[in-house]
Write a protein that binds this ligand. Structure first.
Ligand SMILES: [Zn+2]
Length: 270
């Protein structure tokens, strides 16, 4: 291990705990492979290393650390990216819009909403159609919505964003700064399975072709949110609500419990 690599991985990026090498996987392993039961892209010549914290369980790769937006556009979010995303990803916005509409009901429809990382604003459009008039999209990496909002929101959502970001503390600092004092943050990211030590980098969600670089346990997610003054409640292994203090919106999601919505559909899995 050379000195630069050692510097990048010598401690956990969430809690500073000791990290362990988990192995390497082919850059072209994609999220679709698991659902299609085959490799969608041909093997590449690049191996991507993953590490895991021995304290909080956070798992990550430093591989993308120095990538620019241009690098991501060329090598990940290019015209073949749709092939890497699991088959249900295209319907995700519709499913989430339906879920949010049902969850917030008529009484919370006037709450202000921000979808963080929502690309060109598909979810926002669907929510507006359902009568949510105070909603917006912010996506630092999408030209149409890259202007940072100068206000705060009752509910900030961020779906399937966390695992694509290298600097987690910075991401959560930004997310939390957009949430009103009495507001909530609703996020999805799939937590590691119980047998992650056995699965290692073979876990389907550890797919470099999708730029999946950061994977939480409940403990690591709690740790990073606590650092920004938020409590965490998980509604399922993939959907989580965070807040500084319980409020109308967080209580609503908590009352729905685990069966609220599926973000990473497993209907195609074995
Ligand atoms: Zn850690």
């Amino acid at each position: 291990m050379d000195a630069i690599m050692d510097k990048a991985v010598h401690a956990c990026r969430i809690c500073q705990g000791d990290v362990k090498y988990m192995g390497a996987t082919d850059f072209n392993k994609s999220g679709s492979d698991h659902f299609e039961g085959r490799r969608v892209f041909p093997p590449s010549l690049i191996q991507v290393d993953y590490y895991r914290c021995q304290q909080c369980g956070f798992m990550f790769t430093p591989y993308f650390d120095d990538w620019s937006d241009k690098d991501f556009e060329r090598q990940v979010y290019n015209n073949e990216y749709l092939k890497a995303d699991p088959p249900f990803a295209g319907e995700r916005a519709a499913r989430l819009a339906q879920f949010l509409t049902r969850a917030l009901g008529d009484d919370l429809r006037d709450e202000s909403l921000l979808d963080f990382g929502g690309g060109e604003g598909h979810l926002e459009r669907l929510l507006r159609r359902q009568g949510f008039s105070d909603c917006a999209t912010y996506d630092p990496h999408h030209h149409a919505n890259c202007k940072k909002p100068s206000r705060i929101y009752s509910l900030v959502t961020t779906f399937e964003v966390v695992e694509h970001v290298s600097d987690q503390h910075n991401l959560f600092k930004e997310l939390c700064s957009l949430v009103a004092p009495n507001g909530s943050l609703l996020l999805s990211t799939l937590l590691q399975p119980r047998d992650i030590e056995m699965q290692g980098v073979d876990w389907w969600y550890a797919c470099p072709r999708n730029a999946h670089m950061a994977f939480h346990t409940r403990r690591s997610l709690q740790h990073v949110l606590q650092a920004h003054g938020f409590y965490l409640e998980s509604l399922s292994d993939e959907l989580h609500i965070a807040f500084r203090r319980p409020n109308a919106v967080s209580n609503r999601f908590l009352s729905l419990g685990a069966a609220s919505v599926q973000v990473n559909d497993t209907i195609c899995a074995d």
